[in-house]
Design a protein around this ligand. Structure first.
Ligand code: NOJ
Length: 571
């Protein structure tokens, strides 16, 4: 998720910039839209959908699971919208078979999910205790996927750090975490690596660093502006490299799998493509996002522009050294090249312009270090999350940037999708159909440009807990009725559409593709009816599960009392 721009002040700024820019910036001249491309993806291209443990599993305190920082954070009042928690979410923990059958319905080639560290090592420290029940759960999920010919792509860290590690050591702020993470990863390779061949060390470390330790919007909720994010990222990069080396030296020979990382990268487009300052600011935006992690992993060190900007600002603030930590030369060569494939999570784009933030002593922050402002085109569709505008052409640009910067690595799109923020239920999600259609089409164009993308993961399979936004934002292809105890799933129209893209391996020809949307929206109205009947079903569930047993027990009690009364009278 993109930052909602660090502070409310920035919202205003964004708005002001939008308004003033709208006058002197001719959006039409910069219209990046281009025509639809009909064609198919390379043979063997992998189609998938994704989820993460805390967002979908529920069962937060079941079967020996330890607490994660998200359990603790969401239980504190006022941290998550409406005080929602992931305590039960969609109960994915209990629904392995049901959910795999939804994947079959879509004919997915892969499913991306994450392992909850505290579910298998409750305190996070391997020597303390290993929770066999947690291992059993992931074994069943992996086996069931493989029985259904669905390749598991497994993320080791999707934000649910064991709470004990946060309390004892300060979580990702402390370098000691590198060894604990390596122990956890080794356990996963040992237990699951005979069947899992695609490992992702971290999901979107940008969010962990910035939202967890800089703005505090995410767990563990720390606001260490100007330093917290950089220190977190530094330890994450070291932990990633260590796990890659562990796999490379101890497991790869036997297991023959791949280890990568999933980075979030939104595209930054210069407001004025003829203005050098805007061009540089837009590049800085991407370097402070994706480049922050990708450059060390592919080239051994942070992007030069980050070193220059943060270093200069630190000096201006009177600090003796840069707030951006540095790698020793040994560390650089250890980190460089630790990526068998790169995962890309991409959702949206921003226009970027140069904006200077004077360095002040107390006012340092990740956001002001970049010296830029983000703008949006008011015409971009934004059906759901306030940060998520649909700008398909940005996706192709980002992918080409990755190709050029990092030597055309093997890529998997590990997240792409759109949310809705509807109060009333809507299964006929035509805006999501359009989003997927256009973003996947830009991906196809990028592949034609020569970008080495091997797979695409729709985000997400199901509606789920959307971090600090709780259940108010729904990303799922399948709707989950969170009000109902059984958490039933209903296909949205986008399921039908995505299914057709998968079965055709792309967009074969105009005549056929044009029928897909109509057919998809035809089926969703019947699902809508089913869902509309759901309050009745929940009511019936309540009647059978609570009212009937209570009445029966009362009847039995009354009959017993009555019988005793009769017997006494006889005597
Ligand atoms: C990226 C995160 O990895 C994922 O968990 C989240 O659901 C999406 N962004 C949408 O915000």
């Amino acid at each position: 998720m993109l930052p909602r721009c660090a502070a409310p002040v920035c919202h205003v700024l964004l708005l002001v910039l939008c308004l003033s820019a709208a006058e002197d910036f001719d959006w039409t001249k910069n219209d990046r839209s281009s025509s639809f491309y009909y064609g198919t993806f390379p043979t063997g291209f992998s189609w998938g959908a994704g989820s993460s443990a805390y967002q979908t599993e529920g069962a937060w305190d079941k079967d020996g699971k330890g607490l994660s920082i998200w359990d603790v954070f969401s239980h504190k009042k006022g941290r998550v919208l409406r005080n929602d928690t992931g305590d039960s979410s969609g109960e994915g923990y209990y629904k392995v078979k049901d959910d795999v059958s939804l994947m079959n319905e879509l004919k997915l080639n892969h499913y991306r999910f994450s392992i909850s560290w505290p579910r298998i090592i409750p305190t996070g420290i391997k020597s303390d205790h290993i929770n066999e029940k947690g291992i059993k759960y992931y074994n069943e999920l992996i086996d069931h996927l493989l029985e259904n010919k669905i390749t598991p792509i497994v993320t080791l860290y999707h934000w649910d750090l064991p709470q004990v590690l946060q309390e004892k050591y300060g979580g990702w702020q402390n370098v000691s975490i590198v060894n604990h993470f390596n122990d956890f990863a080794s356990l996963c390779f040992e237990k699951f690596g005979n069947r899992v061949k695609y490992w992702i060390t971290f999901n979107n470390p940008w969010s962990v660093a910035v939202e967890g330790y800089e703005t505090g919007e995410h767990a563990p909720g720390l606001k260490m502006r100007g330093t917290g994010a950089y220190r977190t990222a530094h330890n994450i990069i070291k932990a990633h490299a260590k796990v890659w080396h562990t796999y490379d030296t101890q497991w790869r020979g036997r297991q023959k799998g791949l280890v990568g990382i999933s980075l979030s990268g939104e595209w930054g487009e210069p407001v004025d493509i003829n203005n050098q300052k805007d061009i540089e600011a837009a590049e800085r935006y991407v370097q402070f996002y994706l480049g922050w992690f990708a450059t060390p992993i592919f080239h051994g060190d942070y992007p030069q522009v980050m070193k220059d900007y943060i270093g200069r600002k630190s000096t201006q603030q009177g600090l003796g050294s840069s707030r951006l930590p540095s790698f020793s030369s040994q560390e650089k060569s250890y980190i460089k090249g630790t990526c068998d494939f790169l995962g890309i999570g991409h959702f949206t784009t921003r226009y970027i312009t140069q904006k200077n933030y004077p360095a002040s002593r107390g006012g340092a922050s990740f956001f002001t270090d970049r010296d830029l402002a983000e703008l949006v085109d008011p015409r971009w569709p934004d059906p759901g999350s306030e940060w998520l505008y649909s700008v398909p052409w940005g996706f192709r640009r980002l992918l080409n940037f990755v190709k050029a910067q990092y030597g055309n690595p093997m890529l998997y799109v590990t997240e792409n999708g759109v949310s809705e923020k509807m109060q009333c239920t809507e299964l006929c999600d035509d805006w999501r159909i359009k989003y997927y259609r256009d973003y996947i089409n830009e991906l196809l164009k990028a592949i034609k440009d020569g970008v080495n993308v091997r797979g695409y993961t729709a985000w997400s399979l199901l509606d789920k807990f959307e971090w600090d936004e709780g259940y108010s934002e729904r990303f799922g292809l399948y709707y989950v009725d969170f009000r109902s105890k059984n958490k039933p799933r209903y296909p949205k129209a986008s399921v039908q559409y995505y299914k057709r893209i998968i079965s055709s391996n792309g967009f074969p020809n105009q005549r056929e593709v044009e029928t897909w949307k109509r057919r998809a929206t035809e089926t969703c109205s019947s699902s809508n009816q089913l869902l509309a009947a759901d309050p009745l079903t929940s009511h019936m569930e309540m009647v059978t599960e609570i009212v009937v047993p209570t009445v029966c027990t009362l009847c039995i009690l009354l009959s017993a009392v009555f019988l005793m009364f009769l017997l006494r009278r006889r005597n």
